[in-house]
Design a protein around this ligand. Structure first.
Ligand SMILES: [Fe+2]
Length: 350
């Protein structure tokens, strides 16, 4: 395995480069948007082809480079199916395995810091070479559980059942370090992690997490919505975006079109009152002929609706706009939704 640990000073984020030395196929884990030039240059210098841009979770403290890496290098962007983002090419489920030459990358769902945390376990011939734990477990510590969909009990179970179950000698590479440490091992953390070592029980851990009293990350309101869109914030050329606030205010005279799949309307984000439902694949035909109303297309987080707006414009709809933050932000603002509930939105909690 070819391996590099890279660092972004502004956010104390580690980015990892993992590659198969023979096929030269590579993956970047948690690439940072501000460092995209460095990473692209390094890949070229090492003669590597970027196959995957992997995310351990939807970050609150920096914006991902994954969308840019997809645009520039054709990499597939990968995130947990539980993360609630519409932009990635591949939404991985627990246990799914990606391949890079002879290397296998297992995506282990390890929620608790957010809903969609993944620990990537890299293996060669069955032997674990490294576990990339994101913010689920840090060296001697762990990620926060007080925003996004943080849940201390879930994090405890993820670490004890899904990370500590790896062989003790497995190297651990975290998503961040604030003190200058670079790696650890499963065995070392079982003994020495200040919050999660084996002699600390679940209740004691929850108490530790409840009493941290930390300030919110500075970038949270920028980073989370941007990361739900793979770090690409501009809509495709020619697509006009409008805010949820604007749609709510002008709803009367608008034609509201939800382009999500049917099962998503029954999911935690619910459905928008007064909207029609036509999945992206059925557009433009399902809308019939344009009338005098402005068409507002929307989806979960703004990715598919931007594509829908593009398609409708091509089909002759002259008044069509995309609602930028989708039902995710609609819910975050507390606007009415039919069904749903239990939606803990990124905007309100990180
Ligand atoms: Fe995080």
């Amino acid at each position: 395995m070819l391996f590099r640990q890279l660092f972004d000073h502004a956010s104390s984020t580690y980015t990892y480069l993992v590659a198969d030395e023979e096929t030269r196929e590579a993956a970047l884990i948690d690439a940072v948007r501000e460092q995209v030039e460095r990473d692209v240059e390094l890949l070229a210098e090492l003669d590597l082809t970027l196959v995957y841009a992997l995310e351990t979770h939807v970050h609150a403290d920096h914006v991902t480079a994954s969308g840019l890496l997809r645009e520039r290098l054709g990499a597939e962007t990968v995130l947990s199916a539980a993360a609630g983002a519409g932009c990635p090419d591949r939404l991985v489920e627990d246990g799914e395995v990606l391949r890079l030459g002879r290397l296998e990358i297992e995506a282990r769902h390890t929620p608790g810091h957010t809903d969609g945390d993944v620990t990537y376990v890299v293996r060669d011939g069955g032997r674990p070479l490294a576990a990339f734990t994101g913010d689920t477990m840090l060296i001697r510590g762990c990620g926060r559980t007080d925003f996004q969909q943080g849940d201390a009990e879930r994090l405890y179970d993820s670490v004890h059942r899904r990370i500590f179950s790896l062989p003790d000698e497995t190297p651990i590479y975290p998503g961040h370090d604030y003190r200058g440490f670079t790696s650890s091992t499963v065995g070392e953390e079982k003994r020495l992690n200040r919050r999660l070592r084996e002699d600390i029980g679940r209740a004691a851990f929850v108490q530790i997490m409840e009493n941290l009293d930390l300030a919110q990350p500075k970038q949270i309101h920028v980073a989370v919505p941007a990361n739900l869109r793979c770090g690409i914030e501009r809509p495709p050329e020619g697509v006009v975006e409008v805010s949820e606030e604007w749609v709510r205010e002008h709803a009367e005279g608008l034609r509201l079109v939800d382009v999500r799949e049917a099962d998503e309307l029954r999911g935690p984000l619910g459905a928008m009152p007064g909207a029609e439902h036509h999945p992206l694949a059925t557009l433009p035909a399902a809308l019939g002929a344009p009338d005098e109303r402005t068409v507002v297309v929307f989806c979960r987080s703004g990715g598919r609706s931007a594509r829908a707006a593009e398609r409708l414009a091509e089909a002759g709809f002259t008044r069509v706009v995309s609602m930028a933050g989708g039902m995710t932000r609609w819910n975050a603002l507390g606007y009415p939704a039919i069904g749903g509930g239990a939606a803990r939105s990124p905007a309100e909690c990180g």
